[in-house]
Design a protein around this ligand. Structure first.
Ligand SMILES: O=C(O)CCC(=O)C(=O)O
Ligand SMILES: [Fe+2]
Length: 343
């Protein structure tokens, strides 16, 4: 049985042509493979551009209440005064830039394998969409040693140390946020025993969206929800992330120099018995600037049973383990939630 996150993904192989990105540095016009239907991308600029998700100060005495409201209403918020030093994000962003600026040949040395979860490549959601995304990614679960060593045989240590430190610091913040969220949901301490244990699951995804010759016909990252309890995202100072809000449309998440974006994922939607939406989000690209982001996906241990917690409520989902849900999502993407729904 899979006992680590990367083993859980290994059970769901992808085909190699779904992994290798094009060499963006040599592309001068938008290839047909990356040209999305015009209306698909254009609505990017309409709809919800006047709205924005709440910005919450973690030190605010009302932070818990504000987080509860944001999770219910938006499934997302920006978090400031989170206690993690700005220099850590600067360092991680600089390493992401250094990595993605390498020649394609060197990055491909760490190409994710068909049944692998980590390394360099296209987004995992790629096979579900008819067109390719204007994006490259690098996925880390635990130590990135194996993949980093392929890219930098002698100089992997600074990258590895920084990424391990980043995961440690994000885990501490994720545990703090989980404590708050579980209190809001009135989940018992017994149910929440996994928080702070070594079994909790975490992964880092470095994302790169190169500047694009025809941004109105390209898609950085197609609409999806995250397979996490929640995701903590650092974005560079380049716009592109949007979240979808019912009756409003696509709402931009404008970069805030000291704030992190927190997105509710599928697992939070399930354990909140659908009280919190798992937020649909996507990334659009632009003509002049490269965009970078660093996502930290956090969740309970793989064998944790995701059940709706409150005895007086009718369960909206059948009980599945985190590992089973990862399998359902890997095969069905956006339909996964409805497949475990009880109605
Ligand atoms: O780049 C972003 O802002 C979002 C990245 C994202 O949604 C993901 O990695 O799942
Ligand atoms: Fe995402």
């Amino acid at each position: 049985m899979a006992s680590t996150l990367s083993e859980a993904y290994r059970d769901h192989p992808q085909f190699l042509h779904h992994i290798k990105p094009i060499d963006f540095s040599s592309v001068r016009s938008l290839p047909d493979s990356h040209a999305w239907p015009q209306n698909f991308v254009e609505e990017a600029n309409g709809g919800g551009s006047g709205s924005s998700i709440p910005v919450i100060d973690l030190m605010d005495p009302n932070a818990e209440e504000l987080i509860g409201f944001a999770c219910e209403e938006w499934g997302a918020f920006q978090l400031k005064n989170h206690g993690v030093s700005l220099s850590l994000f600067e360092e991680v962003e600089a390493e992401a830039k250094r990595l993605f600026a390498l020649p394609a040949k060197q990055k491909l040395k760490a190409l994710r394998s068909p049944n692998g979860a980590t390394g360099y490549g296209r987004a995992r959601i790629s096979p579900f969409f008819p067109k390719d995304m204007w994006h490259e990614g690098f996925t880390i679960m635990g130590s990135p040693f194996h993949d980093a060593k392929q890219i930098w045989p002698h100089d992997y240590a600074p990258f590895c140390e920084l990424m391990e430190n980043y995961q440690k610091q994000m885990k501490v913040l994720a545990e703090k946020l989980t404590g708050i969220i579980l209190r809001i949901l009135k989940i018992s301490e017994e149910e929440a025993k996994w928080v702070g244990s070594s079994g909790s699951t975490g992964a880092v995804q470095l994302n790169y969206y190169p500047q694009c010759p025809e941004p109105n016909r390209a898609m950085g990252l197609a609409p999806h929800t995250d397979t996490s309890l929640f995701t903590i995202l650092h974005q560079s100072q380049t716009e592109g992330l949007q979240i979808f809000k019912d009756q409003v449309g696509w709402v931009p998440v404008r970069p805030h120099p000291r704030a992190l974006v927190v997105n509710a994922g599928d697992l939070l939607h399930i354990i909140s018995n659908a009280r919190f939406p798992c937020v649909l989000h996507r990334v659009v690209v632009n003509r002049v600037q490269h965009r970078y982001s660093v996502a930290y996906f956090y969740g309970p241990p793989l064998d944790y049973v995701l059940s709706s917690p409150l005895a007086d409520e009718q369960a909206r989902f059948r009980g599945v383990t985190v590992k089973e849900y990862i399998g359902i999502k890997a095969k069905n993407l956006g339909k996964a939630i409805s497949l475990i729904s009880t109605n």
